[in-house]
Design a protein around this ligand. Structure first.
Ligand SMILES: [Fe+2]
Length: 291
C-alpha cells in the first residue's frame, strides 16, 4: 500500500471527510470537507477544516487537492476556505455547471459560464490526477446528483453519496437531476471493482445500535447493502428508492448548502453593510400561481 487515509467524522451533518496522502511524496488530498453552519445563529465554523489542516501540518504533508464528490445539499463545503489557507487546488466534476444552471433562477444568482473562475480543476469520467506517484482515477457516478463523481485511488474508492453503509443503503435520488436508474448503474460500476476495494462514504447516519462508521468493502456492500445487493434487480432498487424518496423531508441545510456549494463553495458576497447573507427562497401562493 502506498497511500494512507485518515478519516474525520462531523457528527452534526453526519459527514465523512478524508485526508489521503501518498506515503512516498507526502502529497495529500482532502475529500469532501465541511464548513459548519448554525442556521439559527447565522454563524460559520471552520473547526473541522482546521483540524484537517493541523493534521496535514503535523504529518508534514503538502496539500495538493481539495476534492468534492458532488454538489452537496446537506452541508457547506469548506473547499474555498481550505484553498485560502493552503493554496491547494479545488477539484469537482465539470457537471457542477449543469447543477448550478438548474438552481440559478431559484437563488437569483447568475450562472457563471467560466467555471474555472470558481474551481481550479474540473474533472470528468476517465480523467486522472496525480498525488505524488499515485493515480487518482475519476469515475462519473451520477444518480444521487447528476454531477456525482467517485475518486478511485489504488484499492480505495471515495464514493460521495453514491453508496452508504450497507445497513443504511443508498442516498436519495429525488433532487432535480437525480435519477434512480442512473444511481443503480453507477453502483453497479462500483460493485464491479475487486472484492477487497474499500468504499469510503461521504455520510453515515447510523442506526441507534451502532457507532458512525465510514467504510465498507465492495464484497460487503454487494452482499448486504439494504437497497442494492447481488440479490436485487434494477427494478427492485428503483421501487425501493422511489418509495423511500417520497417519505423524505427537505434536508435542513438544502438552501444554504446549494447557494454556497454551487458557486465555488464561496460564501455569498457581503452586502453594502459589510454583512453576508444566506437566502431562503420562499414558496408562496403568489409564485405557485405564477408557475
Ligand atoms: Fe449529497
Amino acid at each position: 500500500m502506498t497511500i494512507h487515509v485518515k478519516s474525520f467524522y462531523d457528527k452534526p451533518t453526519g459527514t465523512g471527510t478524508y485526508v489521503v496522502h501518498d506515503l512516498q511524496t507526502k502529497e495529500a488530498a482532502v475529500i469532501d470537507s465541511v464548513l459548519h453552519f448554525d442556521a439559527a445563529a447565522g454563524t460559520i465554523g471552520t473547526h473541522l477544516a482546521d483540524e484537517q489542516l493541523a493534521y496535514i501540518k503535523s504529518k508534514n504533508l503538502q496539500l495538493k487537492y481539495i476534492c468534492d464528490t458532488h454538489a452537496h445539499a446537506d452541508h457547506l463545503s469548506a473547499a474555498a476556505y481550505l484553498k485560502t489557507k493552503s493554496g491547494a487546488k479545488t477539484v469537482i466534476s465539470k457537471g457542477i455547471g449543469e447543477v448550478q444552471a438548474r438552481f440559478s433562477q431559484r437563488f437569483n444568482k447568475p450562472v457563471v459560464a467560466d467555471l474555472s473562475t470558481l474551481y481550479d480543476i474540473l474533472v470528468g469520467e476517465g480523467d486522472t490526477l496525480m498525488l505524488g506517484d499515485v493515480t487518482v482515477n475519476v469515475i462519473a457516478t451520477p444518480g444521487h446528483t447528476s454531477d456525482s463523481t467517485s475518486y478511485l485511488i489504488e484499492d480505495n474508492i471515495f464514493v460521495g453519496d453514491t453508496l452508504f453503509m450497507p445497513d443504511v443503503g443508498t442516498a436519495r435520488c429525488d433532487f432535480p437531476g437525480g435519477d434512480a436508474a442512473q444511481l443503480y448503474n453507477s453502483i453497479s460500476r462500483i460493485h464491479c471493482l475487486s472484492d477487497n476495494t474499500t468504499i469510503w462514504v461521504c455520510h453515515d447516519y447510523p442506526p441507534s445500535h451502532r457507532q458512525a462508521s465510514l467504510h465498507t468493502t465492495v464484497a460487503e456492500s454487494r452482499r448486504s447493502n439494504l437497497h442494492v445487493n447481488d440479490n436485487m434487480s434494477e427494478s427492485d432498487f428503483i421501487k425501493v428508492r422511489t418509495k423511500r424518496d417520497k417519505s423524505l423531508a427537505v434536508p435542513k441545510l438544502l438552501y444554504p448548502s446549494l447557494q454556497v456549494n454551487l458557486w465555488g463553495a464561496q460564501l455569498p458576497a457581503p452586502e453594502e453593510n459589510g454583512t453576508r447573507y444566506i437566502k431562503i427562497p420562499l414558496t408562496t401562493q403568489e409564485n405557485v400561481n405564477a408557475n
